[in-house]
Design a protein. Structure first.
Lengths: 161, 161
DNA sequence: TTGCAACTTAGAATTATTCTAGCTACGCTC
DNA sequence: GAGCGTAGCTAGAATAATTCTAAGTTGCAA
């Protein structure tokens, strides 16, 4: 039961930590921001600004789209959110990621789902650094991101039927 | 001198190969397409549609933006071009890549330059597959792309001065 | 409690990309 | 070499994502 207990508290906790950090970064805690952070911090689906906007609209019918972007931008600038962009078919919007642990992404070719893949570190391995030294002399690597492309469990299952 | 000679012919050669493949794919060779392919095939800078459009305008003042997109789209559909999307500051457009050998990308955090890094294959290693099996059960990997983030030679030099 | 900088809002502006409709011309066929 | 069908071209409108602007509002430090 340890896993479930941890999962149950982590969403609220993460929201609180994020709000505290927002404040610590000198940003004001407005009702809109609190709602955005609460929704966003527990969402591992890499939502777009549009996604969040639509889910917030019932509670905040007057909320502006710009507020969602502004808040996500503030979170990103404060290092509390990441930005993921993946080539997609059409009209692919930026996706935001509340997970600040080092991780990679697995992307489903069929449905576009994005899944976090934990990584110990994004620091380049000695091997990668060496290879780069040959391929791009003078380039100094800071981090290596990976994108695993393929089919998610659900889509694999469906297409094999 | 071998390198220079090879570089000098490869651009024209690659354009010819690409044009031949375009035709083979049942697509018509119009003057606009020929110009786009010639320009694009020898460009390792991962140009945007805008880049290409502006460089073509002097020779084709009447060319439509849609033609550039259509042609790049046709090339991509025929497997002769790739699409690269990278999170950037603002208004970041899709970048197109004529290199169809398996490769990764190194991206400069400062100037946004994108450099190809040759790879033997993009197929997942057994280690990666195993790790994924734990992190995302049921996900079947087809390819692993890497993005090396850091500073290009020019920017590293400039910022260390 | 007050003051003001930071925030929110609506809506316009900008940027990237796709769509549409009508004209044009590539390239197969004879 | 001419005719023809269709894919392609063009201008411009439409759509989508994101940012900007100006004016009113509010969190929160003092």
């Amino acid at each position: 039961m340890r896993v479930i207990a941890r999962a149950a508290t982590s969403s609220l906790e993460r929201a609180d930590v994020m709000l505290r950090d927002l404040k610590r970064a000198g940003l004001k805690l407005t009702p809109q921001r609190i709602a955005i952070v609460r929704l966003f911090s527990g969402d591992a689906s890499h939502p777009t600004a549009q996604d969040l906007f639509e889910r917030l609209r019932p509670s905040f019918p007057s909320m502006s789209f710009a507020t969602v972007y502004n808040t996500l931008d503030a979170l990103a600038n404060a290092g509390m959110a990441g930005l993921v962009r993946l080539p997609g078919k059409r009209g692919d919007a930026a996706r935001f990621d509340p997970n600040r642990q080092p991780h990679h992404h697995a992307v489903c070719d069929e449905c576009g789902a994005v899944i976090d893949i934990a990584a110990g570190s994004l620091a380049p391995s000695p091997g990668a650094t060496k290879k780069l030294r040959r391929a791009a002399p003078g380039f100094s690597v800071r981090a290596v991101e990976r994108i695993y492309r393929g089919s998610c469990a659900r889509c694999s299952r469906r297409s094999s039927q």
